[in-house]
Write a protein that binds this ligand. Structure first.
Ligand SMILES: NC(=O)c1ccc[n+]([C@@H]2O[C@H](COP(=O)([O-])OP(=O)(O)OC[C@H]3O[C@@H](n4cnc5c(N)ncnc54)[C@H](OP(=O)(O)O)[C@@H]3O)[C@@H](O)[C@H]2O)c1
Length: 276
């Protein structure tokens, strides 16, 4: 039996991934910040629930050790834990910026640093990093979140080169908008006391809501994560969701300014001066 370690499994995509791998006959090391609150996954066989906070390196090492002790080896790691922050950049505090980078970027880096020596020694393993469509394209009022996910995209693409010699596969999953608690749990940057920004946020969010009609279910993302873990190919990126397909297609299949013009017309047409 193969074994996967997943971070952030208390809810959403991580939880759906645990259930998918479990259903398909894998052992799962289901990690979460507060395992004491878990009441469902611990009823299932072949799931080990372990505490792991990506901001606390000692919990990462302990979870990997516990997983190997229980199941003998780890075949894949899914860096899923993540958080959102919305609002205009100017009013984000230093603490907010540090916190979101600590979870979304330095967190996966810590997990990678802990698992890579092990994968390198075993000459196999699959890294699956959950980024976002927001790691390839951008939307108004999400700048800091995008900065974290673009960063994770770049890191993951770049390490894929250096891991090939050791037989380690690297995968990036790019979900589109997905029905989880993610948006509701987001941090917000303060609006400050700037009416123009408040108006802008309302316009940007209003247009976002108008176009946010292509939401996926977490189970759909989990199917793709499972596919990436099992596929014997060198494919790096996996896009999931109609919105991801639409926006990344626009970004890749036109010139850069045409893509930017499209996004501005879609999300902030109220601020564009009419062109003759
Ligand atoms: N939902 C979307 O629209 C969407 C779209 C694209 C990409 N994504 C990405 O998908 C991933 C999963 O998000 P989701 O949509 O499933 O949202 P979610 O339901 O809020 O799940 C996020 C998970 O990350 C965990 N987490 C947060 N901080 C953590 C930390 N410091 N250490 C360990 N775990 C931590 C949360 O645990 P707690 O319960 O303890 O907070 C939760 O289990 C994220 O990386 C997100 O960026 C989501």
């Amino acid at each position: 039996m193969k074994t996967v370690l997943v971070t952030g499994t208390s809810s959403g995509i991580g939880r759906a991934a645990v259930l998918k791998f479990n259903k398909e006959g894998w052992n799962v090391i289901a990690t979460m910040r507060a395992p004491e609150n878990e009441a469902v996954l611990n009823q299932l066989d072949h799931i080990l629930i372990v505490a792991l906070d990506v901001q606390k390196p000692e919990t990462i090492a302990a979870a990997i050790t516990a997983g190997i002790k229980k199941y003998g080896k780890i075949d894949a790691v899914v860096n899923n834990a993540g958080a959102a922050i919305f609002g205009v950049f100017e009013f984000a505090t230093e603490d907010q910026i540090n916190k979101i980078f600590d979870i979304n970027v330095f967190g996966p880096m810590r997990v990678l640093r802990a698992i890579l020596p092990y994968f390198r020694a075993q000459r196999s393993g699959t890294i699956i990093n959950i980024t976002s469509q927001g790691g390839r394209v951008t939307f108004p009022t999400c700048s800091i979140y995008h900065a974290t996910k673009f960063s994770l995209e770049g890191l993951t693409e770049a390490i894929s080169y250096e891991l090939i010699p050791f037989g380690i596969k690297t995968k990036i999953i790019e979900p589109g908008s997905t029905a989880t608690k993610f948006v509701g749990a987001a941090q917000l940057t303060a609006n400050g006391d700037v009416p123009e920004y408040e108006q802008f946020i309302n316009v940007g969010l209003g247009n976002w809501a108008k176009h946010d009609t292509m939401t996926s279910q977490p189970e759909t993302i989990a199917e793709t994560i499972f596919l990436a873990a099992n596929e014997d190919t060198d494919q790096l990126r996996y896009q999931v969701g109609k919105d991801t397909a639409l926006y990344i297609d626009k970004m890749q299949n036109g010139d850069d300014q045409a893509y930017i013009d499209y996004m501005r017309k879609r999300f902030i047409p109220e601020y564009l001066s009419p062109k003759p």
